[in-house]
Design a binder for this molecule. Structure first.
Ligand code: MF3
Ligand code: CO
Ligand code: CO
Length: 241
C-alpha cells in the first residue's frame, strides 16, 4: 500500500509541475485543466476529482480570493494574479493529492509574502508529524505561525486521511483544536493543506456549490502534501523521485 502511495504521490507531484509550467498571463484555467488531464492519463492514472461528488473538472484552480475548489473555466489568468493548482491522481488504486500557489507575472509584495508564509505553515505542520504525537500538534504549529504573521487560518476546510479513498473520516484541522486527541501512528497516511487568508478566515460558497471564497474578498494561499507517518517521523509522499 505505501509503495503504491509513493508512486501515486510522485506522479501527483509531476503532474502539478507540468500544470504549473503552463501558468502565464492570458492562459485560461480550462487550458491548464486540459494539460493536467492529459498528464494524469500519460502516467496511467485518472483525475480523482472528475465527477467526484459532481465536481466537473480534473483539477481545482483557485485564483486570488478563492480559497479552494475553484473550477477551471474560460477566464484568462491576469498579470498580478495568484493561482493555486490542486491536483489529485488515482493510480494503482490509490490517490495522491498535492497543491501549490503560484504567481502570474508580476505580483505585489503583500501577496508574495502571503505565499511564502503559507508554504512555511505547511512546512511547520509537517514538522509536527511524528508517531506518538496528537493530531492537534499539526494545527497548533500552523495557526501559531499564521497568526504571528498577521494572517488567519481558514477553518472550514481541513486535511484528510487518504489512500484507496480520496477522503477518509480522519480530519486534520489547520488550527489548534484541543479535542483532536487522536495519536499519530506509523503507517497513517493523510494530507496537510493549510489555507491562509490575508484578511478573514471566514468563507462563502458561490452558486456553483463548489467555489469557496473569503467572506471579505481577501487573497488566500494554500499548499498541500500527502504524508505518511513513519517509525521515527514522517515521509512526504507527494515529491518527485
Ligand atoms: N484536492 C482537494 C483536496 O485537497 C479536493 C478537491 S475535491 C473537488 O482535498 F471535488 F473539489 F475537486
Ligand atoms: Co486534500
Ligand atoms: Co488537494
Amino acid at each position: 500500500m505505501i509503495e503504491r502511495m509513493r508512486r501515486a504521490g510522485a506522479a501527483a507531484a509531476e503532474v502539478l509541475a507540468i500544470g504549473a509550467a503552463v501558468i502565464a498571463p492570458g492562459v485560461t484555467t480550462d487550458e491548464i485543466d486540459a494539460v493536467v488531464h492529459q498528464a494524469y492519463i500519460d502516467r496511467g492514472g485518472y483525475p480523482s476529482t472528475l465527477n467526484y461528488r459532481g465536481y466537473p473538472k480534473s483539477l481545482c484552480t483557485s485564483v486570488n480570493e478563492v480559497i479552494c475548489h475553484g473550477i477551471p473555466d474560460d477566464r484568462q489568468l491576469q498579470d498580478g494574479d495568484i493561482v493555486n493548482l490542486d491536483v489529485t491522481i488515482w493510480l494503482d488504486g490509490v490517490h495522491g493529492d498535492t497543491n501549490a500557489t503560484y504567481c502570474v507575472g508580476n505580483v505585489d509584495d503583500a501577496s508574495k509574502r502571503l505565499i511564502d508564509v503559507t508554504r512555511q505553515c505547511l512546512d511547520r505542520g509537517i514538522a509536527a508529524v511524528a508517531p506518538g504525537r496528537p493530531f492537534s500538534d499539526i494545527g497548533r504549529a500552523i495557526e501559531t505561525h499564521a497568526v504571528a504573521n498577521g494572517y488567519e487560518v481558514v477553518r472550514a476546510f481541513v486535511g484528510h486521511g487518504i489512500g484507496e479513498q480520496f477522503h477518509t473520516d480522519l480530519q486534520i484541522p489547520h488550527y489548534y483544536e484541543p479535542r483532536m486527541t487522536t495519536i499519530m501512528e506509523p503507517g497513517m497516511v493523510f494530507t496537510i493543506e493549510p489555507m491562509i487568508s490575508m484578511g478573514t478566515g471566514q468563507h462563502k460558497i458561490w452558486d456553483d456549490d463548489w467555489t469557496a471564497v473569503t467572506a471579505d474578498g481577501s487573497r488566500t494561499a494554500q499548499f498541500e502534501h500527502t504524508i505518511v507517518v513513519t517509525d521515527t517521523a514522517m515521509e512526504i509522499l507527494t515529491t518527485a523521485n
